[in-house]
Structures are given as C-alpha cells and as structure tokens.
Design a binder for this molecule. Sequence first.
Ligand code: GLU
Length: 485
Amino acid sequence: MTEEVRVRYAPSPTGFPHVGNIRTALFNWLFARSCGGKFIVRIEDTDVARTVPGAVENILDSLKWLGIDWDEGPEVGGDYGPYFQSQRLDIYQAIAKDLVAKGYAYYCHCSSERLAEMRAAQEAAHLPPGYDRHCRDLGLGDAPGAVIRLKVPDSGTTTFHDLIRGDITFENRLLDDMVLLKSDGYPTYHLANVIDDHLMHITHVMRAEEWISSTPRHIMLYNALGFEPPKFAHMPMILGPDHSKLSKRHGSVSLTEYREQGYLPETMINFLSLLGWSYDDKTEIMTSEEIQQRFSIERINPTSAVFDKNKLDWMNGVYIRQLSEDELVDKVMPVLEKNLPESVKRPIDRDYVRKVMPLMHERLKTLQESALPETTWFFFTDDISYDAKLLPDKKLGPEGTLDMLKTVLPKLEALEDFTAEPLEALLRPLAAELGLKAGQVFAPIRTAVSGLTATPPLFGMMEVLGKDKCIRRIREAIKILENEL
Ligand code: GLU
C-alpha cells in the first residue's frame, strides 16, 4: 500500500498572507485533494517579536474564503497537535537537549558582542559570514544566554532531490553551525520545522523557492535526529511584470485585500493555480473542483511565474459574467452599502439594484467597480455634477447642442412608455430628421442624464433611471448650456 500523502501549509503569523504565500497553501491543498491525502495547517509562531496581531485570523480567513479546507490544524484539531508551534516548546527543547547529549549539537556561550566582532572581522577580511565554531569543542553546558547549535560537517556535500528541480547539492563548508534553540528557549525555524514535519508525518514539503537554501540544513538535522526526510518540492517564484520579485511595489497586496477589491474566490483559486502550474498549456478557466482533480506536481514549472494583473482582471470578468443576475446583486449589495455616497438612502434598494446590475454585468471586472463615482453613482444619487464642457457635441458646439436638447426634451416628455425600445425608436429617427448623426444626439443626452461620457447602453440606462430623473437632468443640462452661452 502506498503511504498516505500528508502535506502542510506552515505560515508564520508575521503579516497578512500575500498571494505568493497563499499560492503555497493552495498548491499543497490541491496536491492533497488530487490524491486523497491530508492537508494540515500549522502555525509557525515562534518568532514572537515579529508576530502581528490578527495575522492568524487573517490567514485562516483567507483560506476559508477560497474554500481551502484543512484536515488538521487550528480550529479543527487532529491527532498530531497542538498545531501552534508556540504550544510545543517543550518538545523542541527536549529534542535539542537530546542532540547535545548525543554529540550532534552543542551549547554556545558566545556573547552578542563577540559575535558582532567576529562578523566585523569576517567582513573586513572579505570572508563569508557565519559562526566560527568557537564553542563547538568546548563541551560547555547550559547557562543563561546560551544557545544550542548544530554541529554541521565542515567538509563534503549535502544533496537532496527536489521533485520539481531534480538533485540539488550544497557544499557543507559553506554552511555554519546554525542555532537550533535560542537563549529564550524558543526554537529557530529550522529546528521546529523539521521536528514538526517529522512528528506530523508530513510526506511532502512543498514550499516557496526561497527555502531551497535551508533544505540542506534540514537534511543535516533529519540525519542527526535519525528521522527519514520527507520529499521536497520548491515552488517557482512569483515575479511582477518587470520580472523582479513580486512585492508591494507591484500593487501586490494581502489576499483579503483582493477580496475587498471585489475579486471573486473562484477567480483567485483559478488564477493562483496557474502561477507555476498548468493543466495542458492552454486551458485557462477551471473550477476549483476541476483543478483539484487535475493537479499534479509533475506539471509545476520550475521557472518563475509572472503575476499578470490584466489577466487577473480578465479572469475576474469571466467569473463575474458567470454569476446569475441575482448572485451578482447579492455580491454587490454590501459593496454598494459601503461605497455609495452618504446622500443615498440606506438600506440601498435591492429591487432597484436588480434593475441596474444587468446593465453593468458585462462590463464589470471587479465587484468594486459596481460602486464607483465613475460607474454607477449617477443611478443612485439625486444630483449629479459634471464639467459643463463634457456636454456639447464637438461639431454642434454648445449652441447646436442646446437646440438639439430643446427639440428632444418635449418629445421625451410626451413619450408614455419610457422603456428602451420606444426610446430608441424615438431618438434614432429624430437624429436623422435633424440631419445629425446618432452619436451627436445620443452623446449629449448620455452626459446629461449620467454626468459621464462612458456608460452602459443609453436606452437601457434611461429606462432604469426613469422618466422623471431623465427629464429633470436634461432640463438641468439645458440650463447649464444656457449659462455657458
Ligand atoms: N514558516 C515558514 C514560512 O512562513 C514555513 C516554510 C516552510 O514551509 O518550511 O514560510
């Protein structure tokens, strides 16, 4: 029987997870789900000084939003808990001491002053930085301020096999005797990570590329501990459009900020899954279920993936258009409640939103766009304000436009059925009658009723706005033009 796959996502709560970090969670989860394995969440909260309040909640919230469920970890427990490293300190301490007793590790009493001097001397001599092993053979015991370091072999090489990149070899002499247990009794990342991966029966460690250089250290630790190392797969880096590492500079934000900006979880799952993995080089749109079935480590590409914001927007548009009208309304209601101007009466009228949104559906790239001054405010507010210069048609000029609007107004007032079709049936021939192009009539009316020059289709929009509002706004436009002249 083949061993059950057990993978983990091991975030440190030192900030709100950004897309790269969540991509790591996603790939682990997809791998587990693709082969009936277990997905474990472990919180690596041993760096107390860098722990950010609310980060754990944000991490779990991000996963839940995407529908990434975990079989063991915070909130759900499991057989190998606790799943917070800060609650496992006694385990790390006992194992570190045991390594000392067995001769694989040693107490180091070097003061921070001594270490600083050592570093300065190394720098001056252009030597690679690293602990000079001063205490390695002194046989020191525990003492206040002492740390435990691993005895790293000073010659030879360490090789590990990466499932995505093949064999990777490191020169041992380039690695120093790393700290395993700090003087405050907290483990370093290396110690806690290796112990927990072992005790939690992790079979595959899938993590970001930046951890490759830590892996030989981990292999040494596994060897010292007499543990079988798991399999390793280091995922490709995510780059910004300028091919430097994706960062805040590229507008990369925490996952929950994407939620706030109106991206759908379906989009994020699909988009993130394609950052370094592909199904067949051409399929772009896939549901979470499809990706779970199709995912394989073999198709993770070792070369860096580029985060293409335009593609994200395009994909979100695709998923928004897949929503039914009612689903879309459900999703935009809170966005409108939050973002429409205060002058709009609360609660926002859902029935009215249900009329507005079909006009917007095709055009939205994010939910956020459903509630911007330049997209929908004019549907909801009583007063619109705009630059008078936007009104006149270029050829007609203010005067000609004024005449045109004055001709159109009574006809609109007389129109009983103020819906899209009769509106079009009235205005199109009217333009011809006046010897004008359709756009010369439509564009000033569009601006008059919306205050904008780009809007959803004119007649549907006028129908939703309603006769009263349209007539009132065209009268206002006439006044504006009269004042201009
Ligand atoms: N706590 C580490 C991180 O936040 C885990 C790295 C690993 O997966 O080994 O990235």
